[in-house]
Design a protein around this ligand. Structure first.
Ligand code: A2P
Length: 333
C-alpha cells in the first residue's frame, strides 16, 4: 500500500462518517487526499477536514478509480452494491456494514485482537465488526488470552447512535416533545425510546433471537478464532446517545479470581479498568463518549456458573464501535 494513500469516506455525512473525519484528523492519518462521498442529497455540501473544506460528491460506480482505501459507512445496501465495484477498481474497502462480515474470504478485524487477519484480504474487502461485538470483545479478549473463553451470556444496553443520525434525532426530538407536551413521533423505533428501553435491535429470526444478537455469536467466533464459542445474548436499545454498555457473564477453561481478572487489564491496549465500586467508580456511557478507549469494571465471580466472571464493558459506539476501529484497520494497511 502507498504510504500516503488517497482515502474516501462513503457515507461521509452520517453519524459514523463524520466521526471518521475526526478520527483521521486526530490520529494524523497519513493520507495524500480525502474524498467525501454521500447521496445526491448531500452532493455539493462541504465538510471541513484539517482546516480545509472538502466538497461532498455523489457516490457512483466511477467514484473509486483513484482511491486506495474506501471506508464504507452508508448502510448494507450501499456496501453490497458499491463495495465490490470499489474492490475491483483496486481500492481496499473497509466496510462498516454486515454485508461481508461472515464471508470466509473477508477478514473481520478488531486491531487490538486479531490485527494479523487484516493482511490477507483476497476480495480487497475487510469488514469492521458489529459495534456491540467490538466493545464486548474489547473487554473479553484480554481475559480469553489469560483464561481461555468458553462461553458468554450477554445483555447489551445500546445507544441510539447505532441507528445512525436518524436514531440520534429520534431520541432528541422525543425528549423535546416530552418536555414541551408535544405529541411523540416514531419513525425509527417501534416504540417510544425516550424514557423507555426496547428489547429489539434488528430483525427477529425464527430462533427467537434478533440478527443483532446472533452477530455476537457468529462474529465473536470468527474474530477470536473460537468456532465452538457458546453465546446467548439479549440486545436492548436504551435512551443513551452514543455509548453502548454490555453486561456479561464469561465462562472460562480456568477459574480466574477477581484480582487475576482485573490484573489482565493493566497492559491491554484500548481498554481501561475502572473498578472501585465502594467509591462509585465503574464505567458509565457518558464517560466513554468521544473517547477512544473502552472501559471495564464491576468484575466479580458469577454466582451461578463455575469458572465464570461477571463484568460490565462500555465503549463509544460511534468511535471504537465503528469509525475508530475502521481507521485503525486502515492504519494496519
Ligand atoms: P446522505 O446524508 O446524503 O443521505 P447514518 O447511518 O448516520 O444515517 O448515515 C448514512 C450515510 O449514508 C449518510 O452519509 C448518507 O448520505 C449515506 N447514504 C445513504 N443513502 C445513500 C446513497 N444512496 N448513496 C450514497 N450515500 C448514501
Amino acid at each position: 500500500m502507498n504510504n500516503q494513500p488517497h482515502v474516501a469516506i462513503v457515507g461521509a455525512t452520517g453519524a459514523v462518517g463524520r466521526e471518521m473525519l475526526i478520527c483521521l484528523s486526530e490520529r494524523n492519518f497519513p493520507l495524500s487526499k480525502l474524498t467525501l462521498l454521500a447521496s445526491v442529497r448531500s452532493a455539493g455540501q462541504k465538510l471541513t477536514f484539517r482546516g480545509e473544506e472538502i466538497t461532498i460528491q455523489e457516490l457512483s460506480a466511477d467514484s473509486f478509480e483513484e482511491i486506495d482505501i474506501a471506508l464504507f459507512s452508508a448502510g448494507g445496501g450501499i456496501s453490497e452494491k458499491f463495495g465490490p465495484v470499489a474492490a475491483e477498481a483496486g481500492c481496499v474497502v473497509i466496510d462498516n456494514s454486515s454485508a461481508f462480515r461472515m464471508d470466509p474470504a473477508v477478514p473481520l478485524v478488531v486491531p487490538e485482537i486479531n490485527p494479523d487477519a487484516a493482511a490477507i484480504h483476497p476480495r480487497n474487502i475487510i469488514a469492521n465488526p458489529n459495534c456491540s461485538t467490538i466493545i464486548t470483545l474489547m473487554g473479553l479478549a484480554p481475559l480469553h488470552r489469560a483464561f481461555g473463553l468458553k462461553g458468554i451470556i450477554a445483555s447489551t444496553y445500546q445507544a441510539v447512535s447505532g441507528s445512525g443520525a436518524q436514531g440520534i434525532a429520534e431520541l432528541e426530538n422525543q425528549v423535546q416533545a416530552l418536555a414541551s407536551g408535544a405529541p411523540i413521533e416514531k419513525q425509527i423505533y417501534p416504540h417510544q425510546i425516550a424514557h423507555n428501553v426496547i428489547p429489539h435491535v434488528d430483525a427477529f429470526q425464527d430462533s427467537g433471537y434478533t440478527k443483532e444478537e446472533q452477530k455476537m455469536l457468529h462474529e465473536g467466533r470468527k474474530i477470536l478464532g473460537l468456532p465452538d464459542l457458546k453465546v446467548t445474548c439479549t440486545c436492548v436499545r436504551v435512551p443513551v446517545m452514543r455509548s453502548h454498555s454490555i453486561s456479561l457473564t464469561a465462562i472460562f477453561e480456568k477459574d480466574p479470581s477477581v484480582a487475576e481478572a482485573q490484573a489482565v487489564f493493566a497492559n491491554s491496549p484500548g481498554i481501561k479498568l475502572v473498578d472501585d465500586p465502594a467509591s462509585a467508580l465503574y464505567p458509565v456511557p457518558l464517560d466513554t463518549t468521544g473517547q477512544d478507549d473502552c472501559l471495564v469494571g464491576r468484575i466479580r465471580k458469577d454466582q451461578v456458573l463455575p469458572n465464570a466472571i461477571a463484568l460490565w464493558v462500555v465503549g463509544d459506539q460511534v468511535k471504537k464501535g465503528a469509525a475508530l476501529n475502521a481507521v485503525q484497520i486502515a492504519e494496519l494497511l
